[in-house]
Design a protein around this ligand. Structure first.
Ligand code: PLP
Length: 385
């Protein structure tokens, strides 16, 4: 009998939930109308889109009119930054504040905007990967237009003080965007309590489909479209809607939110057991990220003297899917910008492994990883010495 595979790369993507799939199926064939059409077929599909919008809005404490569907987290991040800054060209607001551990959808977009004349402050993080809200306050200038700091980090799981930063930003009259792609479904999100003006979501990180996301834009915030050409999404995001994906994302987020307290508690227990078990069984290893202020399903551990990539391949052969750094950096030889910003050296960054859990993981799977991983680390270390 072959052993079932163990999937622990849920920060890269999650399996589509059966409930979300069920909700999507009719919209692939049966309900094919264009949601912008005024006939019966169109109106039927429009209702599906609007129901999904309400589900997303409800999950984050927003109004439906403040939720805009996009083609994913990267687009939402791009749109938040470019869309807010574009209308400010020619005004005396040209400064943006961010952190050095953001997703590349933020950092590379800001690199691009910097070439176009914007000024960017990239705040450092502490050894746990946390940005200081006080440092955000001190970085604000009279010409600061926008602050973008993520809610939870995709590599090490560290939570950022978004609520404090939101207060500071609001008091200073500066717009605040947060990339909540990893937080959604794992942490309670409340756009009002957080004082955020813009917030990014991605469907496939909470058991929804890939290629769909949302951007929350607080009512009254001025934002330019990224994609022009139609009146969809209040003429702010042109293009006929990806209806099955939108419907699936709405249901996936509703479900994740309904199950969140129970799932998060279970994940935290599995996460803590995995971390403690590895610490006890492997000599000379360290937890990356904050010990408590971290995503309930994130485990990221540094094994000095081991190549993360080799570890990954050996785990894969043993039936376990994990990740070294983020999915976006694997395949490239660069070490993680997040781990480097936290002060790890090149070798430590390259010797780090991420195991990201979801509600689909079980205690038996944790046992199996605790059985397999220490032996692989020991073997790889012995090959090197
Ligand atoms: C996955 C991820 C993104 C990108 O989302 P896509 O939907 O894959 O484009 C952005 N930010 C964070 C924090 C992520 O984890």
């Amino acid at each position: 009998m072959s052993m079932a595979r163990i999937y622990m790369d849920n920060a890269a993507t999650t399996a589509l939930s059966g409930e979300a799939l069920e909700e999507m199926l009719p919209y692939f064939a049966e309900h094919y109308g264009n949601p912008s059409s005024i006939h019966t077929e169109g109106r039927k599909v429009r209702r599906g889109v609007e129901k999904a919008r309400q589900k997303v809005a409800q999950a984050i404490g927003a109004e439906a009119g403040e939720v805009f569907f996009t083609a994913g987290g990267s687009e939402s991040d791009n749109w938040a930054l470019r869309g807010v800054l574009l209308p400010l060209i020619g005004e005396n607001k040209k400064h943006v504040i961010t952190s050095s551990v953001e997703h590349h959808a933020i950092l590379h977009t800001l690199d691009d905007l910097e070439k176009q004349g914007w000024q960017v402050t990239r705040l450092p993080v502490d050894g746990f990967g946390q940005v200081s809200a006080e440092a955000v306050r001190e970085a604000i200038r009279p010409d600061t237009a926008l602050i973008s700091v993520m809610a939870a980090n995709n590599e090490v799981g560290t939570l950022q003080p978004v609520q404090e930063i939101g207060c500071i930003a609001r008091a200073a009259g500066v717009l605040f965007h947060t990339d909540a792609v990893q937080a959604a479904g794992s942490l309670p999100i409340d756009v009002k309590a957080w004082n955020v003006d813009l917030l990014s979501l991605s469907g496939h990180k909470f058991h929804g489909p890939k290629g769909v996301g949302a951007l929350y834009v607080r009512k009254g915030v001025r934002i330019a479209p990224l994609i022009t050409g139609g009146a969809q999404e209040k003429a702010l995001r042109a293009g006929t809607e990806n209806v099955p994906a939108i419907v699936g994302m709405g249901e996936a987020l509703r479900l994740a939110e309904a199950n969140r307290p129970e799932t998060a508690a279970r994940l935290e227990k599995m996460r803590n057991r995995l971390i403690a078990g590895l610490m006890a069984r492997v000599e000379n290893c360290r937890l990356n990220g904050h010990p408590e202020k971290r995503l309930p399903g994130n485990v990221n551990i540094c094994f000095p003297g081991v190549e993360g990539e080799s570890l990954l391949m050996r785990l894969d052969l043993a039936g376990i899917a994990a990740s070294a750094g983020s999915a976006c950096t694997s395949g490239s030889l660069e070490s993680s910008h997040v781990l480097r910003a936290m002060g790890l050296d090149e070798e430590e960054a390259k010797g780090s492994l991420r195991l990201s859990l979801s509600g689909d993981n079980t205690d038996e799977e944790i046992d199996r990883v605790l059985e397999v991983l220490p032996a692989i680390v020991a073997e790889l270390r012995s090959l090197r010495s």
